[in-house]
Design a protein around this ligand. Sequence first.
Ligand SMILES: Cc1cc2nc3c(=O)[nH]c(=O)nc-3n(C[C@H](O)[C@H](O)[C@H](O)COP(=O)(O)OP(=O)(O)OC[C@H]3O[C@@H](n4cnc5c(N)ncnc54)[C@H](O)[C@@H]3O)c2cc1C
Length: 420
Amino acid sequence: MDAVIVGGGVAGMQAALAFRWQWPDKTITLVDTEKEVGYYRTLLPQFMNQTMTEKKLFFWGLQDDPRLKVISGVTVESVDPRNRCLFLDNHEKVYYRRLLIASGGRPIVPGVCSPRDCNGIFPVRSLTVAREARDWLPKHPEVVVVGGGLVGVKTAAHLAGHNFSVSLIEKENQLLPQALSAAASRLVEAHLQQKNIRLLLGSTVEDVQVSQGKIGAVQAGGKWLPCQTLFVAAGSLPELNLLRDSDLLNEDRLEVTPGLQTLDKNIFAAGDAVTIVKDGLFTPWTWPQAVVQGKLAAQNMYSSSPKSLNCLSRVNCMNLNGLSLVVLGVPVPGAQVSIYSRPKDGIYRELFHRDGKIVGGALIGNISNGGRLHGMMNSGENVEIGFDELLKPQINTFFKGSPSCTRYNRRASVLQPEGV
Ligand SMILES: Cc1cc2nc3c(=O)[nH]c(=O)nc-3n(C[C@H](O)[C@H](O)[C@H](O)COP(=O)(O)OP(=O)(O)OC[C@H]3O[C@@H](n4cnc5c(N)ncnc54)[C@H](O)[C@@H]3O)c2cc1C
Protein backbone atom coordinates (compact mmCIF):
# COMPACT_ATOMS: atom_id res chain seq x y z
CA MET A 1 0.00 0.00 0.00
CA ASP A 2 1.40 3.45 -0.87
CA ALA A 3 -0.25 5.38 1.94
CA VAL A 4 -2.22 4.47 5.04
CA ILE A 5 -4.26 6.83 7.21
CA VAL A 6 -5.21 6.03 10.79
CA GLY A 7 -8.48 7.83 11.57
CA GLY A 8 -11.49 8.68 9.45
CA GLY A 9 -12.44 11.90 11.25
CA VAL A 10 -12.27 15.14 9.33
CA ALA A 11 -8.44 15.32 9.23
CA GLY A 12 -8.14 11.73 7.95
CA MET A 13 -11.02 11.98 5.45
CA GLN A 14 -9.85 15.33 4.14
CA ALA A 15 -6.38 13.85 3.73
CA ALA A 16 -7.72 10.79 1.90
CA LEU A 17 -9.73 12.92 -0.55
CA ALA A 18 -6.86 15.36 -1.12
CA PHE A 19 -4.45 12.45 -1.57
CA ARG A 20 -6.62 10.86 -4.28
CA TRP A 21 -6.66 14.16 -6.11
CA GLN A 22 -2.97 15.00 -5.62
CA TRP A 23 -1.56 11.52 -6.24
CA PRO A 24 -4.13 9.87 -8.56
CA ASP A 25 -2.00 6.81 -9.35
CA LYS A 26 -1.24 5.90 -5.75
CA THR A 27 -3.29 3.66 -3.49
CA ILE A 28 -4.49 4.64 -0.04
CA THR A 29 -6.06 2.78 2.86
CA LEU A 30 -7.92 4.41 5.74
CA VAL A 31 -8.54 2.56 9.01
CA ASP A 32 -11.00 3.69 11.70
CA THR A 33 -12.31 2.22 14.93
CA GLU A 34 -15.83 3.44 14.26
CA LYS A 35 -18.19 1.66 11.87
CA GLU A 36 -18.76 4.85 9.86
CA VAL A 37 -16.35 7.54 8.73
CA GLY A 38 -16.73 10.98 7.21
CA TYR A 39 -19.32 12.67 9.42
CA TYR A 40 -19.63 16.10 11.00
CA ARG A 41 -18.58 15.47 14.59
CA THR A 42 -19.48 19.09 15.29
CA LEU A 43 -23.16 18.37 14.62
CA LEU A 44 -23.54 15.51 17.09
CA PRO A 45 -25.57 17.68 19.54
CA GLN A 46 -28.19 18.35 16.83
CA PHE A 47 -28.23 14.63 16.04
CA MET A 48 -28.71 13.71 19.70
CA ASN A 49 -31.64 16.11 20.12
CA GLN A 50 -33.23 14.59 17.00
CA THR A 51 -33.31 17.82 14.96
CA MET A 52 -30.86 16.28 12.49
CA THR A 53 -31.18 12.91 10.82
CA GLU A 54 -28.24 10.54 10.75
CA LYS A 55 -28.06 10.82 6.96
CA LYS A 56 -27.46 14.57 7.15
CA LEU A 57 -24.49 14.07 9.47
CA PHE A 58 -22.35 12.64 6.69
CA PHE A 59 -20.21 14.72 4.35
CA TRP A 60 -18.83 11.64 2.60
CA GLY A 61 -20.33 8.33 1.52
CA LEU A 62 -18.54 5.09 0.70
CA GLN A 63 -17.58 5.14 -2.97
CA ASP A 64 -16.42 2.54 -5.39
CA ASP A 65 -12.80 3.64 -5.74
CA PRO A 66 -10.26 0.85 -6.35
CA ARG A 67 -7.47 3.10 -5.06
CA LEU A 68 -9.17 4.13 -1.82
CA LYS A 69 -9.88 1.32 0.62
CA VAL A 70 -11.70 1.98 3.89
CA ILE A 71 -11.33 -0.50 6.75
CA SER A 72 -13.91 0.53 9.36
CA GLY A 73 -14.77 -0.95 12.74
CA VAL A 74 -11.11 -1.87 13.23
CA THR A 75 -8.57 -0.30 15.62
CA VAL A 76 -4.87 0.11 14.92
CA GLU A 77 -3.23 -1.30 18.04
CA SER A 78 0.37 -0.40 17.34
CA VAL A 79 2.82 0.92 14.79
CA ASP A 80 6.20 -0.55 13.90
CA PRO A 81 8.01 2.29 12.06
CA ARG A 82 11.14 0.19 11.41
CA ASN A 83 9.19 -2.35 9.34
CA ARG A 84 6.58 0.23 8.23
CA CYS A 85 3.77 -1.88 9.50
CA LEU A 86 0.54 -1.45 11.47
CA PHE A 87 -0.98 -4.10 13.73
CA LEU A 88 -4.77 -4.15 13.76
CA ASP A 89 -7.08 -5.51 16.46
CA ASN A 90 -8.46 -8.05 13.98
CA HIS A 91 -4.93 -9.60 14.00
CA GLU A 92 -4.14 -8.36 10.49
CA LYS A 93 -1.06 -6.38 9.51
CA VAL A 94 -1.02 -3.49 7.05
CA TYR A 95 2.22 -2.28 5.43
CA TYR A 96 2.74 1.29 4.27
CA ARG A 97 5.21 3.49 2.44
CA ARG A 98 3.80 6.66 3.98
CA LEU A 99 1.63 6.85 7.08
CA LEU A 100 -0.67 9.60 8.36
CA ILE A 101 -1.75 9.54 11.99
CA ALA A 102 -5.09 11.34 12.28
CA SER A 103 -6.37 9.58 15.38
CA GLY A 104 -7.90 12.73 16.88
CA GLY A 105 -8.75 13.02 20.54
CA ARG A 106 -10.48 11.06 23.25
CA PRO A 107 -12.71 12.60 25.88
CA ILE A 108 -11.41 13.11 29.40
CA VAL A 109 -13.78 11.40 31.82
CA PRO A 110 -13.10 12.39 35.46
CA GLY A 111 -13.12 9.39 37.81
CA VAL A 112 -16.16 10.71 39.69
CA CYS A 113 -18.15 10.67 36.42
CA SER A 114 -17.52 7.00 35.74
CA PRO A 115 -19.11 4.93 38.49
CA ARG A 116 -19.19 1.21 37.85
CA ASP A 117 -22.22 -0.44 36.20
CA CYS A 118 -24.10 2.79 35.61
CA ASN A 119 -26.21 3.59 32.56
CA GLY A 120 -26.99 7.09 31.32
CA ILE A 121 -23.46 8.56 31.20
CA PHE A 122 -22.22 9.65 27.77
CA PRO A 123 -18.84 11.18 26.91
CA VAL A 124 -19.50 13.48 23.93
CA ARG A 125 -17.21 12.57 21.04
CA SER A 126 -18.27 9.71 18.75
CA LEU A 127 -21.30 8.86 16.63
CA THR A 128 -21.41 5.43 18.25
CA VAL A 129 -22.00 6.95 21.70
CA ALA A 130 -24.21 9.74 20.30
CA ARG A 131 -26.55 7.09 18.87
CA GLU A 132 -26.90 5.49 22.30
CA ALA A 133 -27.59 8.91 23.85
CA ARG A 134 -30.19 9.74 21.19
CA ASP A 135 -32.11 6.56 22.02
CA TRP A 136 -31.74 7.06 25.78
CA LEU A 137 -32.72 10.75 26.04
CA PRO A 138 -36.49 10.72 25.37
CA LYS A 139 -37.18 8.70 28.53
CA HIS A 140 -34.49 10.45 30.62
CA PRO A 141 -35.02 14.21 30.13
CA GLU A 142 -33.23 15.51 33.24
CA VAL A 143 -29.84 16.34 31.77
CA VAL A 144 -26.58 17.50 33.31
CA VAL A 145 -23.64 18.52 31.12
CA VAL A 146 -20.17 18.58 32.68
CA GLY A 147 -17.81 21.09 31.04
CA GLY A 148 -18.41 24.62 29.78
CA GLY A 149 -15.99 24.45 26.87
CA LEU A 150 -17.07 24.36 23.25
CA VAL A 151 -18.42 20.80 23.29
CA GLY A 152 -20.33 21.20 26.57
CA VAL A 153 -21.82 24.57 25.64
CA LYS A 154 -22.96 23.30 22.24
CA THR A 155 -24.43 20.16 23.77
CA ALA A 156 -26.36 22.12 26.42
CA ALA A 157 -27.52 24.80 23.95
CA HIS A 158 -28.93 22.27 21.51
CA LEU A 159 -30.64 20.09 24.10
CA ALA A 160 -32.39 23.05 25.76
CA GLY A 161 -35.89 23.69 24.53
CA HIS A 162 -36.54 20.07 23.54
CA ASN A 163 -38.44 19.08 26.67
CA PHE A 164 -35.19 18.50 28.51
CA SER A 165 -34.26 20.26 31.74
CA VAL A 166 -30.57 21.09 31.34
CA SER A 167 -27.89 22.07 33.88
CA LEU A 168 -24.32 22.90 32.92
CA ILE A 169 -21.39 22.59 35.32
CA GLU A 170 -18.12 24.44 34.64
CA LYS A 171 -15.16 24.63 37.00
CA GLU A 172 -14.03 28.12 35.92
CA ASN A 173 -16.11 31.22 36.67
CA GLN A 174 -17.03 31.69 33.03
CA LEU A 175 -18.05 29.65 30.00
CA LEU A 176 -15.66 28.93 27.11
CA PRO A 177 -12.64 29.91 29.24
CA GLN A 178 -10.16 28.75 26.59
CA ALA A 179 -11.78 30.80 23.86
CA LEU A 180 -13.37 33.98 25.23
CA SER A 181 -12.68 36.83 27.64
CA ALA A 182 -14.87 36.93 30.75
CA ALA A 183 -16.82 39.89 29.30
CA ALA A 184 -17.54 38.08 26.03
CA SER A 185 -18.57 34.90 27.81
CA ARG A 186 -21.27 36.84 29.73
CA LEU A 187 -23.28 37.05 26.48
CA VAL A 188 -23.05 33.31 25.97
CA GLU A 189 -24.11 32.79 29.58
CA ALA A 190 -27.12 35.11 29.11
CA HIS A 191 -28.07 33.23 25.93
CA LEU A 192 -28.00 29.86 27.70
CA GLN A 193 -29.92 31.22 30.70
CA GLN A 194 -32.57 32.53 28.32
CA LYS A 195 -32.95 28.96 27.18
CA ASN A 196 -33.58 27.95 30.81
CA ILE A 197 -30.24 26.24 31.20
CA ARG A 198 -29.12 26.26 34.81
CA LEU A 199 -25.48 27.33 35.02
CA LEU A 200 -23.20 26.23 37.84
CA LEU A 201 -19.99 28.17 37.25
CA GLY A 202 -16.96 27.75 39.49
CA SER A 203 -18.21 24.25 40.39
CA THR A 204 -17.02 20.72 39.81
CA VAL A 205 -18.76 17.38 40.10
CA GLU A 206 -18.27 16.19 43.66
CA ASP A 207 -20.30 13.02 43.63
CA VAL A 208 -22.84 11.06 41.62
CA GLN A 209 -25.72 8.97 42.86
CA VAL A 210 -26.51 5.72 41.10
CA SER A 211 -29.84 4.09 41.54
CA GLN A 212 -30.75 0.69 40.11
CA GLY A 213 -27.93 0.77 37.59
CA LYS A 214 -28.80 4.27 36.31
CA ILE A 215 -27.49 7.72 37.09
CA GLY A 216 -29.91 9.44 39.51
CA ALA A 217 -28.31 12.69 40.69
CA VAL A 218 -25.11 14.71 40.49
CA GLN A 219 -23.60 16.82 43.26
CA ALA A 220 -21.84 20.06 42.29
CA GLY A 221 -21.09 23.15 44.35
CA GLY A 222 -22.59 21.37 47.34
CA LYS A 223 -26.00 20.97 45.64
CA TRP A 224 -27.61 17.79 44.40
CA LEU A 225 -29.09 18.07 40.91
CA PRO A 226 -31.54 15.47 39.66
CA CYS A 227 -29.88 13.79 36.68
CA GLN A 228 -31.09 10.99 34.43
CA THR A 229 -28.58 11.69 31.65
CA LEU A 230 -25.03 12.89 32.23
CA PHE A 231 -23.02 14.24 29.29
CA VAL A 232 -19.29 14.45 29.93
CA ALA A 233 -17.57 17.20 27.95
CA ALA A 234 -14.65 17.94 30.24
CA GLY A 235 -12.06 18.29 27.48
CA SER A 236 -10.08 15.87 25.38
CA LEU A 237 -6.58 14.49 25.02
CA PRO A 238 -4.82 13.29 21.87
CA GLU A 239 -5.59 9.62 21.15
CA LEU A 240 -2.04 8.27 20.92
CA ASN A 241 -2.35 4.84 22.46
CA LEU A 242 -1.27 3.20 19.22
CA LEU A 243 2.12 4.97 19.40
CA ARG A 244 3.01 4.14 22.99
CA ASP A 245 5.87 1.76 21.99
CA SER A 246 6.97 3.54 18.84
CA ASP A 247 9.60 6.16 19.86
CA LEU A 248 7.52 8.79 18.04
CA LEU A 249 6.30 10.51 21.20
CA ASN A 250 8.06 13.18 23.21
CA GLU A 251 6.67 13.39 26.75
CA ASP A 252 3.40 11.87 25.52
CA ARG A 253 3.12 14.41 22.70
CA LEU A 254 3.11 13.60 19.00
CA GLU A 255 5.22 16.52 17.85
CA VAL A 256 5.28 17.51 14.20
CA THR A 257 7.04 20.13 12.11
CA PRO A 258 4.95 22.90 10.48
CA GLY A 259 5.01 20.57 7.43
CA LEU A 260 3.26 17.95 9.65
CA GLN A 261 6.14 15.48 9.62
CA THR A 262 6.90 13.42 12.74
CA LEU A 263 10.34 12.23 13.88
CA ASP A 264 10.06 9.54 11.19
CA LYS A 265 10.19 11.10 7.73
CA ASN A 266 7.67 8.59 6.37
CA ILE A 267 5.10 9.34 9.03
CA PHE A 268 2.93 12.46 9.05
CA ALA A 269 0.22 13.52 11.48
CA ALA A 270 -2.70 15.96 11.48
CA GLY A 271 -5.65 17.22 13.53
CA ASP A 272 -6.39 16.88 17.24
CA ALA A 273 -3.66 14.24 17.67
CA VAL A 274 -0.75 16.60 17.05
CA THR A 275 1.37 19.21 18.76
CA ILE A 276 3.01 21.55 16.25
CA VAL A 277 6.52 22.75 16.99
CA LYS A 278 7.23 26.23 15.64
CA ASP A 279 8.98 28.66 18.00
CA GLY A 280 7.01 26.95 20.78
CA LEU A 281 4.35 24.26 21.07
CA PHE A 282 0.94 24.75 19.41
CA THR A 283 -2.19 22.67 19.85
CA PRO A 284 -4.79 24.34 17.63
CA TRP A 285 -7.30 21.52 18.01
CA THR A 286 -10.27 22.76 16.00
CA TRP A 287 -12.33 21.56 13.05
CA PRO A 288 -10.97 24.19 10.61
CA GLN A 289 -7.39 23.28 11.57
CA ALA A 290 -8.10 19.55 11.09
CA VAL A 291 -9.40 20.27 7.57
CA VAL A 292 -6.42 22.41 6.58
CA GLN A 293 -3.90 20.04 8.15
CA GLY A 294 -5.45 16.96 6.53
CA LYS A 295 -5.16 18.60 3.12
CA LEU A 296 -1.59 19.75 3.71
CA ALA A 297 -0.43 16.38 5.02
CA ALA A 298 -1.78 14.66 1.89
CA GLN A 299 0.12 17.09 -0.33
CA ASN A 300 3.34 16.71 1.63
CA MET A 301 3.37 12.92 1.93
CA TYR A 302 5.11 12.41 -1.43
CA SER A 303 6.31 15.92 -2.11
CA SER A 304 9.99 16.72 -2.60
CA SER A 305 9.32 20.29 -1.36
CA PRO A 306 6.85 19.99 1.54
CA LYS A 307 4.89 23.11 2.43
CA SER A 308 4.35 24.53 5.92
CA LEU A 309 1.12 25.43 7.67
CA ASN A 310 0.78 29.17 7.42
CA CYS A 311 -1.86 29.62 10.10
CA LEU A 312 -1.74 28.21 13.62
CA SER A 313 -4.73 30.11 15.00
CA ARG A 314 -7.73 28.50 16.69
CA VAL A 315 -10.16 30.69 14.79
CA ASN A 316 -13.64 29.26 14.86
CA CYS A 317 -17.13 30.07 13.69
CA MET A 318 -20.26 28.49 15.12
CA ASN A 319 -23.88 28.90 15.99
CA LEU A 320 -24.97 28.10 19.54
CA ASN A 321 -28.58 27.35 18.71
CA GLY A 322 -29.47 30.93 17.82
CA LEU A 323 -26.33 32.81 18.85
CA SER A 324 -23.66 33.33 16.19
CA LEU A 325 -20.09 33.40 17.37
CA VAL A 326 -16.68 33.92 15.80
CA VAL A 327 -13.65 33.32 17.99
CA LEU A 328 -10.53 35.00 16.61
CA GLY A 329 -8.33 34.29 19.61
CA VAL A 330 -8.14 34.42 23.39
CA PRO A 331 -7.15 37.57 25.28
CA VAL A 332 -3.41 38.19 25.01
CA PRO A 333 -1.64 39.48 28.16
CA GLY A 334 -0.55 43.09 27.68
CA ALA A 335 -2.69 43.64 24.58
CA GLN A 336 -5.11 46.58 24.28
CA VAL A 337 -8.84 45.94 23.95
CA SER A 338 -11.39 47.65 21.71
CA ILE A 339 -15.07 46.88 22.27
CA TYR A 340 -18.35 47.39 20.41
CA SER A 341 -21.29 46.42 22.61
CA ARG A 342 -25.09 46.55 22.15
CA PRO A 343 -26.33 44.42 25.06
CA LYS A 344 -30.05 44.81 24.37
CA ASP A 345 -29.54 43.43 20.83
CA GLY A 346 -27.32 40.64 22.14
CA ILE A 347 -24.22 41.94 20.34
CA TYR A 348 -20.70 42.09 21.72
CA ARG A 349 -17.59 42.45 19.57
CA GLU A 350 -14.06 42.85 20.87
CA LEU A 351 -10.58 42.94 19.40
CA PHE A 352 -7.26 42.51 21.18
CA HIS A 353 -4.46 44.42 19.52
CA ARG A 354 -0.81 45.23 19.99
CA ASP A 355 1.34 47.69 18.02
CA GLY A 356 -1.55 48.35 15.61
CA LYS A 357 -2.10 44.66 14.80
CA ILE A 358 -4.99 42.36 15.71
CA VAL A 359 -3.89 39.52 17.98
CA GLY A 360 -7.25 38.07 19.03
CA GLY A 361 -10.90 38.82 19.66
CA ALA A 362 -14.45 37.58 19.43
CA LEU A 363 -17.63 38.55 17.59
CA ILE A 364 -20.86 37.57 19.30
CA GLY A 365 -24.43 38.05 18.07
CA ASN A 366 -23.21 39.69 14.88
CA ILE A 367 -20.29 38.06 13.12
CA SER A 368 -20.06 40.33 10.10
CA ASN A 369 -16.53 41.13 8.91
CA GLY A 370 -15.22 37.99 10.68
CA GLY A 371 -13.40 36.74 7.57
CA ARG A 372 -11.72 40.08 6.98
CA LEU A 373 -10.65 40.45 10.61
CA HIS A 374 -9.21 36.95 10.64
CA GLY A 375 -7.35 37.65 7.41
CA MET A 376 -5.88 40.82 8.91
CA MET A 377 -4.90 39.02 12.09
CA ASN A 378 -3.31 36.15 10.22
CA SER A 379 -1.29 38.33 7.87
CA GLY A 380 -0.20 40.70 10.67
CA GLU A 381 -1.63 43.65 8.70
CA ASN A 382 -1.41 47.09 10.32
CA VAL A 383 -4.85 48.50 11.07
CA GLU A 384 -4.99 51.86 9.33
CA ILE A 385 -8.66 52.84 9.71
CA GLY A 386 -8.94 52.34 13.49
CA PHE A 387 -10.19 49.44 15.55
CA ASP A 388 -13.51 51.10 16.46
CA GLU A 389 -14.38 51.46 12.80
CA LEU A 390 -13.40 47.85 12.08
CA LEU A 391 -15.58 46.59 14.92
CA LYS A 392 -18.79 48.22 13.68
CA PRO A 393 -21.17 45.53 12.40
CA GLN A 394 -21.83 45.52 8.67
CA ILE A 395 -25.53 46.25 8.16
CA ASN A 396 -26.18 43.84 5.30
CA THR A 397 -24.68 40.81 6.93
CA PHE A 398 -26.64 40.51 10.12
CA PHE A 399 -26.88 36.76 10.74
CA LYS A 400 -28.79 36.67 14.03
CA GLY A 401 -32.38 35.53 13.56
CA SER A 402 -31.85 34.07 10.11
CA PRO A 403 -31.52 30.32 10.69
CA SER A 404 -31.20 29.26 7.07
CA CYS A 405 -28.46 31.79 6.55
CA THR A 406 -26.55 30.75 9.67
CA ARG A 407 -26.80 27.10 8.71
CA TYR A 408 -25.46 27.81 5.26
CA ASN A 409 -22.58 29.82 6.64
CA ARG A 410 -21.68 27.24 9.23
CA ARG A 411 -21.65 24.36 6.79
CA ALA A 412 -19.70 26.34 4.23
CA SER A 413 -17.10 27.24 6.81
CA VAL A 414 -16.84 23.61 7.86
CA LEU A 415 -15.86 22.53 4.36
CA GLN A 416 -14.08 25.68 3.24
CA PRO A 417 -12.46 27.01 6.39
CA GLU A 418 -9.88 29.14 4.62
CA GLY A 419 -12.15 32.15 4.53
CA VAL A 420 -12.99 32.06 8.24
C1 LIG B 1 -19.87 17.65 19.91
C2 LIG B 1 -18.67 18.32 19.35
C3 LIG B 1 -18.79 19.59 18.82
C4 LIG B 1 -17.68 20.24 18.30
N1 LIG B 1 -17.84 21.49 17.76
C5 LIG B 1 -16.77 22.12 17.23
C6 LIG B 1 -16.92 23.41 16.62
O1 LIG B 1 -18.00 24.00 16.59
N2 LIG B 1 -15.82 23.98 16.07
C7 LIG B 1 -14.60 23.36 16.08
O2 LIG B 1 -13.63 23.90 15.58
N3 LIG B 1 -14.44 22.14 16.64
C8 LIG B 1 -15.49 21.50 17.21
N4 LIG B 1 -15.32 20.27 17.76
C9 LIG B 1 -13.98 19.64 17.72
C10 LIG B 1 -13.74 19.01 16.35
O3 LIG B 1 -14.76 18.09 16.10
C11 LIG B 1 -12.36 18.36 16.30
O4 LIG B 1 -11.39 19.40 16.42
C12 LIG B 1 -12.14 17.61 14.99
O5 LIG B 1 -13.12 16.61 14.83
C13 LIG B 1 -10.76 16.95 14.97
O6 LIG B 1 -10.67 16.14 13.83
P1 LIG B 1 -9.65 14.92 13.75
O7 LIG B 1 -9.90 14.27 12.44
O8 LIG B 1 -8.30 15.35 14.12
O9 LIG B 1 -10.08 13.91 14.93
P2 LIG B 1 -11.42 13.13 15.17
O10 LIG B 1 -12.56 13.86 14.57
O11 LIG B 1 -11.45 12.82 16.62
O12 LIG B 1 -11.24 11.77 14.35
C14 LIG B 1 -10.29 10.79 14.76
C15 LIG B 1 -10.73 9.44 14.26
O13 LIG B 1 -9.68 8.52 14.50
C16 LIG B 1 -10.24 7.28 14.90
N5 LIG B 1 -9.21 6.57 15.68
C17 LIG B 1 -8.61 6.96 16.83
N6 LIG B 1 -7.69 6.06 17.20
C18 LIG B 1 -7.72 5.06 16.29
C19 LIG B 1 -7.00 3.84 16.16
N7 LIG B 1 -6.06 3.46 17.03
N8 LIG B 1 -7.31 3.04 15.10
C20 LIG B 1 -8.26 3.41 14.21
N9 LIG B 1 -8.96 4.56 14.30
C21 LIG B 1 -8.69 5.38 15.31
C22 LIG B 1 -11.46 7.69 15.75
O14 LIG B 1 -12.41 6.65 15.77
C23 LIG B 1 -11.96 8.91 14.99
O15 LIG B 1 -12.95 8.58 14.05
C24 LIG B 1 -16.41 19.60 18.30
C25 LIG B 1 -16.29 18.30 18.84
C26 LIG B 1 -17.41 17.67 19.36
C27 LIG B 1 -17.25 16.28 19.93
